[in-house]
Design a binder for this molecule. Sequence first.
Ligand code: FAD
Length: 451
Amino acid sequence: MEEIHAPLSDQAALAESQHCLYCYDAPCIHACPTGIDVPTFIKRIANGDAAGAAKTILTANILGASCSRVCPTEVLCEGACVLSHEYEPIQIGLLQRYATDYVTARGIFVLDAPAEATGFHVAIVGAGPAGLGCAADLASLGHHVVILEKEVEAGGLNTRGVAYYKMKPRVSLDEVRLVESLGVEIRTGVNVGTDLTAADLLSQYDAIFVAIGLGHESELGIPGEVGAGVRSALDFIRDIHEMPLESVSIGKTVLVIGGGNTAIDAVSQAKRLGATFATLAYRRKEDQMSAYAFEVALARATDCRMIFEAKPVEVVRHGNGGLAGVKFIHASSGKEWIEPCDQLLLAIGQPKQDHFLKSLFPSLQLDARGCVVTDPLTGRTSLHKVFAGGDCANGGMEVVNAVGEGKKAAMAIHHMLTGKTAAPKSQNSRCGIAHPAAGAGLWNPIRSATH
Ligand SMILES: Cc1cc2nc3c(=O)[nH]c(=O)nc-3n(C[C@H](O)[C@H](O)[C@H](O)COP(=O)(O)OP(=O)(O)OC[C@H]3O[C@@H](n4cnc5c(N)ncnc54)[C@H](O)[C@@H]3O)c2cc1C
């Protein structure tokens, strides 16, 4: 369960950084939803200035340390690297990790001090990547930011969901402390909707950013599902983050149902934790899986088995109620069979929070999926003063998308409150920075619904 990629040594980081072409208008910058100026930070490493490199990264993306570990760099910055056409791309993720770990390990604070207080108060609901990304930029612009978080620990899925072999929760919690050091107040154990109403928020704050993520795992709705041995993959993954590894309950024959990244993470971690057999069953064909191909390859490399076109129809139980297996029907041939297992993990998707959102803000516009409709450039919702971003608005993407959407909303909130345009904190005008004018005039719910 150690992190899969070893960190770069000083010598390795120096050597890797010197291979970068430092492209003008570099495609790696445009590929990053937070617009990190990759050539500049790599040049700084090449010059022996790791702290300066960290400043470039963290100013654009306060979660730069976790993104260096969890981002699908193969399809983002490294996938866009011009060297990848002929040779290997620059190892941007590992260099980013090198620089951010350098300052964290030494306790070096590299960010600029926040601007003079503006007197405006902003509430953020949810302390996941979207909420933290929004909070950091608003606080550095001088606004008083309070994040309300229902869990005991902040960080969202970055702290409780991302595979343990990609990142330890400590990295996420260090980032939470970094956000707090900008003056952001994080109130944990506060469940908005129960402990505070929308009316409380609207009357006490000048703007609200909703970043509540998605709901808990969906259910299969087949006979035998409720009972011993069956649990959500998210609960299993959460145990890995919160319990000593030897205490996590793990079967000998583990079956995971699902075809996305959560399913892949669950089956890989079950095998790494000691399951004798770990199998993933997906109802469609392999090329229809939403999991990234490199994650599937990683699971196979740890001896995980995969079966496709397997539609579950019943959870089969022994006479005493114990879990015996799952009956499947093959989607093409119609053949039925029972796949034995003593632990079944469900990873068939997190439901949207539409019911909760409607109860909180009855007139908030949601799209057909149950996501908050937002202006893609600003995160504005259909309600005055209310912005949204991250999984609850995009339907479930990656950590870096959530941070990018938080940043966009921060710029738009700053403009709404002060009438001023903040200087960009990152290089990517297409992704990381919203043009504030768009917030006032370009509201387009049709475009938003499909983003
Ligand atoms: C198992 C799993 C593995 C993943 N692995 C990766 C990966 O390797 N790489 C990657 O880039 N992405 C990964 N993701 C996706 C990534 O974690 C999410 O896209 C990202 O965390 C979304 O951030 P968010 O802030 O929108 O939501 P979240 O991270 O879900 O944070 C939302 C926060 O809001 C809080 N909240 C909810 N309701 C309330 C309320 N009523 N009051 C107060 N607080 C509330 C929650 O407790 C939570 O802390 C993974 C997701 C899962 C499920």
